[in-house]
Design a protein around this ligand. Structure first.
Ligand code: SF4
Ligand code: SF4
Ligand code: SF4
Length: 361
Protein backbone atom coordinates (compact mmCIF):
# COMPACT_ATOMS: atom_id res chain seq x y z
CA UNK A 1 0.00 0.00 0.00
CA UNK A 2 1.38 3.39 -0.95
CA UNK A 3 1.66 6.28 1.48
CA UNK A 4 0.13 9.67 0.85
CA UNK A 5 3.11 11.95 0.36
CA UNK A 6 3.47 15.56 -0.62
CA UNK A 7 5.25 14.52 -3.82
CA UNK A 8 5.21 10.95 -5.04
CA UNK A 9 7.65 9.70 -7.63
CA UNK A 10 7.94 6.63 -9.73
CA UNK A 11 10.80 6.18 -12.16
CA UNK A 12 10.97 9.55 -13.90
CA UNK A 13 7.35 10.38 -13.11
CA UNK A 14 6.20 12.61 -10.26
CA UNK A 15 2.83 13.55 -8.82
CA UNK A 16 2.57 16.64 -6.58
CA UNK A 17 -0.42 16.10 -4.31
CA UNK A 18 -0.75 19.78 -3.39
CA UNK A 19 -1.19 20.74 -7.04
CA UNK A 20 -3.99 18.20 -7.54
CA UNK A 21 -7.40 19.91 -7.61
CA UNK A 22 -9.13 16.84 -6.26
CA UNK A 23 -6.87 16.64 -3.23
CA UNK A 24 -6.87 20.34 -2.47
CA UNK A 25 -10.56 21.07 -2.88
CA UNK A 26 -13.17 19.05 -1.09
CA UNK A 27 -15.74 19.80 -3.79
CA UNK A 28 -13.64 18.75 -6.76
CA UNK A 29 -14.00 15.20 -8.07
CA UNK A 30 -11.53 15.24 -10.98
CA UNK A 31 -10.52 11.70 -11.93
CA UNK A 32 -8.96 12.28 -15.33
CA UNK A 33 -5.65 10.61 -14.45
CA UNK A 34 -7.43 7.67 -12.78
CA UNK A 35 -9.48 7.04 -15.91
CA UNK A 36 -6.52 7.45 -18.28
CA UNK A 37 -3.88 5.39 -16.52
CA UNK A 38 -3.58 2.02 -18.29
CA UNK A 39 -1.95 0.45 -15.23
CA UNK A 40 -4.39 1.57 -12.55
CA UNK A 41 -1.55 3.41 -10.79
CA UNK A 42 -3.83 6.13 -9.37
CA UNK A 43 -6.24 5.27 -6.62
CA UNK A 44 -8.30 7.07 -4.03
CA UNK A 45 -6.96 6.30 -0.56
CA UNK A 46 -8.71 7.85 2.45
CA UNK A 47 -10.42 10.22 0.02
CA UNK A 48 -7.10 11.42 -1.46
CA UNK A 49 -5.62 10.71 -4.85
CA UNK A 50 -2.60 8.48 -4.36
CA UNK A 51 0.00 7.17 -6.79
CA UNK A 52 0.86 3.51 -6.36
CA UNK A 53 4.49 3.89 -7.37
CA UNK A 54 5.03 0.22 -8.14
CA UNK A 55 2.25 0.20 -10.71
CA UNK A 56 3.29 3.36 -12.61
CA UNK A 57 5.40 2.66 -15.71
CA UNK A 58 6.15 6.35 -16.36
CA UNK A 59 4.50 6.31 -19.79
CA UNK A 60 3.49 10.01 -19.49
CA UNK A 61 0.08 9.37 -21.11
CA UNK A 62 -1.79 11.10 -18.30
CA UNK A 63 0.43 14.18 -18.00
CA UNK A 64 -1.07 16.50 -20.61
CA UNK A 65 -4.62 16.00 -19.38
CA UNK A 66 -4.11 17.15 -15.80
CA UNK A 67 -5.81 20.56 -15.60
CA UNK A 68 -3.45 21.85 -12.90
CA UNK A 69 -0.15 20.28 -14.05
CA UNK A 70 0.18 18.13 -10.95
CA UNK A 71 1.85 15.42 -13.03
CA UNK A 72 5.33 15.65 -14.54
CA UNK A 73 7.98 13.49 -16.10
CA UNK A 74 11.60 14.37 -15.54
CA UNK A 75 12.84 13.60 -19.04
CA UNK A 76 10.30 15.63 -20.99
CA UNK A 77 8.74 19.04 -20.43
CA UNK A 78 5.70 19.53 -22.71
CA UNK A 79 5.70 23.29 -22.03
CA UNK A 80 9.35 23.69 -22.98
CA UNK A 81 8.82 21.47 -26.02
CA UNK A 82 5.79 23.51 -27.21
CA UNK A 83 7.60 26.81 -26.57
CA UNK A 84 10.65 25.66 -28.52
CA UNK A 85 8.71 23.94 -31.29
CA UNK A 86 9.19 26.91 -33.61
CA UNK A 87 12.89 25.95 -33.84
CA UNK A 88 12.20 22.36 -34.82
CA UNK A 89 12.53 21.57 -38.51
CA UNK A 90 10.63 18.29 -38.21
CA UNK A 91 6.97 19.08 -37.51
CA UNK A 92 6.04 15.48 -36.80
CA UNK A 93 5.17 14.30 -33.31
CA UNK A 94 5.81 10.62 -32.81
CA UNK A 95 6.04 8.54 -29.65
CA UNK A 96 8.71 6.52 -31.42
CA UNK A 97 11.00 9.43 -32.18
CA UNK A 98 10.39 12.84 -30.62
CA UNK A 99 8.11 12.49 -27.61
CA UNK A 100 6.83 9.99 -25.05
CA UNK A 101 3.14 9.01 -25.42
CA UNK A 102 1.36 11.86 -27.25
CA UNK A 103 -0.92 12.06 -24.19
CA UNK A 104 1.87 14.17 -22.67
CA UNK A 105 0.36 17.14 -24.55
CA UNK A 106 -2.83 19.02 -23.86
CA UNK A 107 -4.90 21.16 -26.24
CA UNK A 108 -2.95 24.23 -25.13
CA UNK A 109 0.37 22.65 -26.18
CA UNK A 110 -0.97 21.56 -29.56
CA UNK A 111 -2.51 24.99 -30.18
CA UNK A 112 0.75 26.76 -29.23
CA UNK A 113 2.74 24.52 -31.58
CA UNK A 114 0.29 25.12 -34.44
CA UNK A 115 0.14 28.89 -33.85
CA UNK A 116 3.88 29.39 -33.40
CA UNK A 117 5.23 26.63 -35.62
CA UNK A 118 4.00 28.36 -38.78
CA UNK A 119 2.72 25.16 -40.38
CA UNK A 120 0.53 22.15 -39.80
CA UNK A 121 1.76 19.46 -37.44
CA UNK A 122 1.61 15.75 -38.04
CA UNK A 123 0.78 13.39 -35.18
CA UNK A 124 1.82 9.83 -35.80
CA UNK A 125 -1.13 7.80 -34.49
CA UNK A 126 -0.13 4.57 -36.21
CA UNK A 127 1.27 3.00 -33.04
CA UNK A 128 -1.78 3.56 -30.81
CA UNK A 129 -3.83 0.54 -31.79
CA UNK A 130 -1.03 -1.93 -31.00
CA UNK A 131 0.35 -0.07 -27.98
CA UNK A 132 0.32 -2.07 -24.75
CA UNK A 133 -0.63 1.09 -22.87
CA UNK A 134 -3.77 1.56 -24.93
CA UNK A 135 -5.51 -1.70 -24.16
CA UNK A 136 -8.83 -0.10 -23.22
CA UNK A 137 -8.47 2.67 -25.84
CA UNK A 138 -8.69 5.47 -23.25
CA UNK A 139 -5.33 7.06 -24.10
CA UNK A 140 -5.97 7.06 -27.85
CA UNK A 141 -9.48 8.52 -27.41
CA UNK A 142 -8.10 11.25 -25.19
CA UNK A 143 -5.35 12.16 -27.71
CA UNK A 144 -7.81 12.22 -30.61
CA UNK A 145 -10.27 14.40 -28.67
CA UNK A 146 -7.51 16.89 -27.87
CA UNK A 147 -6.46 17.02 -31.52
CA UNK A 148 -10.08 17.57 -32.62
CA UNK A 149 -10.56 20.34 -30.05
CA UNK A 150 -7.35 22.03 -31.21
CA UNK A 151 -8.42 21.86 -34.85
CA UNK A 152 -11.87 23.27 -34.01
CA UNK A 153 -10.16 26.19 -32.29
CA UNK A 154 -7.77 26.79 -35.23
CA UNK A 155 -10.71 26.66 -37.65
CA UNK A 156 -12.73 29.11 -35.55
CA UNK A 157 -9.98 31.72 -35.81
CA UNK A 158 -9.45 30.96 -39.55
CA UNK A 159 -5.92 29.74 -38.96
CA UNK A 160 -4.99 27.37 -41.77
CA UNK A 161 -2.58 25.22 -39.74
CA UNK A 162 -3.96 21.93 -38.48
CA UNK A 163 -2.92 18.98 -36.36
CA UNK A 164 -3.00 16.16 -38.87
CA UNK A 165 -3.10 12.50 -37.91
CA UNK A 166 -1.30 9.80 -39.84
CA UNK A 167 -2.29 6.20 -39.35
CA UNK A 168 0.28 4.20 -41.32
CA UNK A 169 0.66 0.62 -40.20
CA UNK A 170 3.71 0.18 -38.03
CA UNK A 171 6.33 -2.48 -38.55
CA UNK A 172 6.64 -4.96 -35.71
CA UNK A 173 9.41 -3.47 -33.63
CA UNK A 174 10.97 -3.80 -30.22
CA UNK A 175 8.94 -1.27 -28.25
CA UNK A 176 11.36 -1.10 -25.33
CA UNK A 177 14.31 -0.38 -27.60
CA UNK A 178 12.33 2.38 -29.29
CA UNK A 179 11.24 3.81 -25.97
CA UNK A 180 14.88 4.04 -24.86
CA UNK A 181 15.85 5.55 -28.19
CA UNK A 182 12.96 7.99 -27.91
CA UNK A 183 14.09 9.20 -24.52
CA UNK A 184 17.63 9.75 -25.73
CA UNK A 185 16.24 11.91 -28.56
CA UNK A 186 14.02 13.69 -26.11
CA UNK A 187 16.86 14.65 -23.86
CA UNK A 188 18.65 16.13 -26.88
CA UNK A 189 15.60 18.09 -27.98
CA UNK A 190 14.95 19.44 -24.49
CA UNK A 191 18.52 20.68 -24.26
CA UNK A 192 18.08 22.47 -27.58
CA UNK A 193 14.92 24.25 -26.51
CA UNK A 194 14.51 27.68 -25.06
CA UNK A 195 16.69 27.69 -21.93
CA UNK A 196 14.81 30.66 -20.54
CA UNK A 197 11.51 28.89 -20.84
CA UNK A 198 12.76 25.73 -19.21
CA UNK A 199 14.15 27.63 -16.23
CA UNK A 200 10.77 29.39 -15.97
CA UNK A 201 9.08 25.98 -15.97
CA UNK A 202 11.32 24.69 -13.19
CA UNK A 203 10.73 27.79 -11.10
CA UNK A 204 6.99 27.49 -11.63
CA UNK A 205 6.90 23.86 -10.63
CA UNK A 206 8.81 24.52 -7.44
CA UNK A 207 5.78 26.46 -6.24
CA UNK A 208 3.70 23.47 -5.30
CA UNK A 209 0.58 25.49 -4.52
CA UNK A 210 0.56 27.33 -7.87
CA UNK A 211 -2.52 26.09 -9.72
CA UNK A 212 -2.35 28.31 -12.81
CA UNK A 213 -0.93 25.92 -15.39
CA UNK A 214 2.00 27.07 -17.49
CA UNK A 215 0.39 25.57 -20.59
CA UNK A 216 -2.36 28.19 -20.30
CA UNK A 217 0.14 31.02 -19.84
CA UNK A 218 1.95 29.79 -22.96
CA UNK A 219 -1.29 29.77 -24.94
CA UNK A 220 -2.16 33.29 -23.79
CA UNK A 221 1.28 34.50 -24.88
CA UNK A 222 0.71 32.91 -28.30
CA UNK A 223 -2.71 34.55 -28.54
CA UNK A 224 -1.19 37.95 -27.78
CA UNK A 225 0.96 37.55 -30.90
CA UNK A 226 -2.00 36.88 -33.21
CA UNK A 227 -5.13 38.61 -31.87
CA UNK A 228 -4.27 41.85 -33.67
CA UNK A 229 -4.59 40.09 -37.04
CA UNK A 230 -7.86 38.27 -36.37
CA UNK A 231 -11.08 39.34 -38.10
CA UNK A 232 -13.01 38.74 -34.91
CA UNK A 233 -12.00 37.90 -31.37
CA UNK A 234 -15.46 37.46 -29.89
CA UNK A 235 -17.18 34.11 -30.26
CA UNK A 236 -20.71 33.31 -29.12
CA UNK A 237 -20.36 29.55 -28.96
CA UNK A 238 -19.26 27.21 -26.18
CA UNK A 239 -15.62 26.14 -26.28
CA UNK A 240 -13.88 23.11 -24.79
CA UNK A 241 -10.76 25.24 -24.45
CA UNK A 242 -12.04 28.50 -22.96
CA UNK A 243 -14.62 28.95 -20.23
CA UNK A 244 -17.09 31.64 -19.34
CA UNK A 245 -19.19 32.28 -16.24
CA UNK A 246 -22.27 34.18 -15.17
CA UNK A 247 -23.66 34.93 -11.72
CA UNK A 248 -27.34 35.32 -10.99
CA UNK A 249 -27.73 38.67 -9.21
CA UNK A 250 -30.93 37.62 -7.46
CA UNK A 251 -29.73 34.36 -5.95
CA UNK A 252 -26.07 35.20 -5.23
CA UNK A 253 -25.60 36.05 -1.55
CA UNK A 254 -22.14 37.58 -2.07
CA UNK A 255 -20.79 35.01 0.42
CA UNK A 256 -17.41 35.06 -1.34
CA UNK A 257 -16.95 31.28 -1.38
CA UNK A 258 -16.34 31.17 -5.15
CA UNK A 259 -13.68 33.89 -5.01
CA UNK A 260 -12.05 32.26 -2.01
CA UNK A 261 -11.86 28.77 -3.51
CA UNK A 262 -11.21 29.50 -7.19
CA UNK A 263 -7.75 27.90 -7.56
CA UNK A 264 -6.46 30.33 -10.20
CA UNK A 265 -8.07 33.58 -8.99
CA UNK A 266 -10.18 33.71 -12.14
CA UNK A 267 -12.94 34.88 -9.80
CA UNK A 268 -11.93 37.68 -7.44
CA UNK A 269 -13.73 40.32 -5.38
CA UNK A 270 -13.94 43.97 -6.39
CA UNK A 271 -11.82 46.29 -4.22
CA UNK A 272 -14.89 47.27 -2.15
CA UNK A 273 -15.73 43.53 -1.70
CA UNK A 274 -19.23 44.25 -2.97
CA UNK A 275 -18.89 42.61 -6.34
CA UNK A 276 -17.19 39.79 -8.22
CA UNK A 277 -14.90 39.97 -11.23
CA UNK A 278 -14.22 37.10 -13.62
CA UNK A 279 -11.13 36.73 -15.80
CA UNK A 280 -11.64 34.26 -18.68
CA UNK A 281 -7.90 33.99 -19.28
CA UNK A 282 -7.38 32.49 -15.83
CA UNK A 283 -10.28 30.03 -15.75
CA UNK A 284 -9.24 26.37 -16.17
CA UNK A 285 -12.84 25.10 -16.11
CA UNK A 286 -12.38 23.04 -12.95
CA UNK A 287 -16.01 23.64 -11.89
CA UNK A 288 -15.14 24.22 -8.21
CA UNK A 289 -17.03 27.56 -8.15
CA UNK A 290 -20.22 25.95 -9.43
CA UNK A 291 -19.94 23.00 -7.05
CA UNK A 292 -19.25 25.15 -4.02
CA UNK A 293 -21.97 27.78 -4.53
CA UNK A 294 -24.80 26.85 -2.15
CA UNK A 295 -27.58 28.83 -3.90
CA UNK A 296 -26.38 27.63 -7.36
CA UNK A 297 -25.93 31.24 -8.41
CA UNK A 298 -22.91 30.73 -10.66
CA UNK A 299 -22.86 28.70 -13.84
CA UNK A 300 -21.29 28.33 -17.26
CA UNK A 301 -22.11 30.77 -20.02
CA UNK A 302 -21.59 30.53 -23.77
CA UNK A 303 -19.08 32.70 -25.57
CA UNK A 304 -15.49 33.84 -25.13
CA UNK A 305 -13.31 36.72 -26.15
CA UNK A 306 -9.71 36.10 -27.18
CA UNK A 307 -8.57 39.64 -26.29
CA UNK A 308 -10.00 39.27 -22.79
CA UNK A 309 -8.30 35.87 -22.52
CA UNK A 310 -4.90 36.91 -23.90
CA UNK A 311 -4.64 40.05 -21.77
CA UNK A 312 -6.39 38.73 -18.63
CA UNK A 313 -9.09 41.36 -18.84
CA UNK A 314 -11.73 40.87 -16.18
CA UNK A 315 -15.46 41.46 -16.38
CA UNK A 316 -17.63 42.40 -13.41
CA UNK A 317 -20.26 39.69 -13.06
CA UNK A 318 -22.22 41.21 -10.17
CA UNK A 319 -22.07 44.28 -7.96
CA UNK A 320 -24.14 44.94 -4.86
CA UNK A 321 -25.01 47.91 -2.78
CA UNK A 322 -24.37 46.94 0.85
CA UNK A 323 -26.98 48.20 3.32
CA UNK A 324 -27.56 47.63 7.02
CA UNK A 325 -30.20 44.99 7.80
CA UNK A 326 -32.75 46.76 9.98
CA UNK A 327 -33.15 43.66 12.16
CA UNK A 328 -29.62 42.40 12.88
CA UNK A 329 -27.73 45.61 11.96
CA UNK A 330 -25.29 43.65 9.77
CA UNK A 331 -24.40 44.89 6.26
CA UNK A 332 -25.71 42.63 3.51
CA UNK A 333 -26.00 42.79 -0.32
CA UNK A 334 -29.22 44.73 -0.94
CA UNK A 335 -31.41 43.64 -3.82
CA UNK A 336 -34.43 45.90 -3.41
CA UNK A 337 -37.51 45.82 -1.18
CA UNK A 338 -37.37 45.99 2.60
CA UNK A 339 -33.79 46.28 3.94
CA UNK A 340 -33.72 42.91 5.73
CA UNK A 341 -31.05 40.25 5.11
CA UNK A 342 -31.77 36.69 3.98
CA UNK A 343 -30.78 35.27 7.35
CA UNK A 344 -33.29 37.46 9.21
CA UNK A 345 -35.99 36.74 6.63
CA UNK A 346 -35.47 33.02 7.28
CA UNK A 347 -35.50 33.61 11.02
CA UNK A 348 -38.70 35.67 10.82
CA UNK A 349 -40.37 32.95 8.77
CA UNK A 350 -39.46 30.28 11.33
CA UNK A 351 -40.36 32.42 14.34
CA UNK A 352 -43.12 34.74 13.12
CA UNK A 353 -43.87 36.27 16.55
CA UNK A 354 -40.31 36.73 17.79
CA UNK A 355 -39.61 40.25 16.49
CA UNK A 356 -43.05 41.61 17.40
CA UNK A 357 -42.66 40.28 20.96
CA UNK A 358 -39.13 41.71 21.24
CA UNK A 359 -40.26 45.14 20.08
CA UNK A 360 -43.22 45.17 22.48
CA UNK A 361 -41.05 44.36 25.52
S1 SF4 B 1 -5.83 14.84 -13.40
FE1 SF4 B 1 -4.61 16.20 -12.06
S2 SF4 B 1 -6.13 17.41 -10.88
FE2 SF4 B 1 -7.21 15.64 -11.78
S3 SF4 B 1 -7.16 14.05 -10.17
FE3 SF4 B 1 -5.37 13.69 -11.50
S4 SF4 B 1 -3.64 14.82 -10.53
FE4 SF4 B 1 -5.58 15.60 -9.64
S1 SF4 C 1 -21.85 33.14 -6.76
FE1 SF4 C 1 -22.36 31.72 -5.11
S2 SF4 C 1 -20.41 31.29 -4.07
FE2 SF4 C 1 -20.13 33.16 -5.33
S3 SF4 C 1 -20.55 34.86 -3.90
FE3 SF4 C 1 -22.47 34.39 -4.98
S4 SF4 C 1 -23.53 32.95 -3.61
FE4 SF4 C 1 -21.39 32.99 -2.93
S1 SF4 D 1 -13.81 30.34 -12.23
FE1 SF4 D 1 -14.65 28.41 -11.45
S2 SF4 D 1 -14.23 26.91 -13.09
FE2 SF4 D 1 -12.89 28.68 -13.46
S3 SF4 D 1 -10.95 28.20 -12.42
FE3 SF4 D 1 -12.21 29.36 -10.96
S4 SF4 D 1 -13.31 27.81 -9.74
FE4 SF4 D 1 -12.51 26.78 -11.62
Amino acid sequence: MANINFIQTSNLFSYTATRCLRNEYYHNDCRICIDLCPKGAFNIVRNKLTLFEDECVGCAGCIGSCPSEALEIESFDPNGFAAGFIHQSDKKLSCKVTTPCLGVFDVEHLAVMALRGGSSIVCDMSHCSSCVLNENGALERSIRTKIETTNQFLESIHNTNRIEMIEEKEEQVDRRALFRKGFEKLKESVVNESEAHISMTSAHHKQADMKMPLKRILLKNSLKEIVGDLETTTFLTTSSLFFNKQINFTTCTNCGDCTQFCPTDALFPTSDKQGIYFSQGKCIGCGICEDICKPNAINAKEGYDLINIAFDRAEELVHYEMVMCYECRTPYPYKGGEPICDRCIGFVKQNPNMFTLARDL
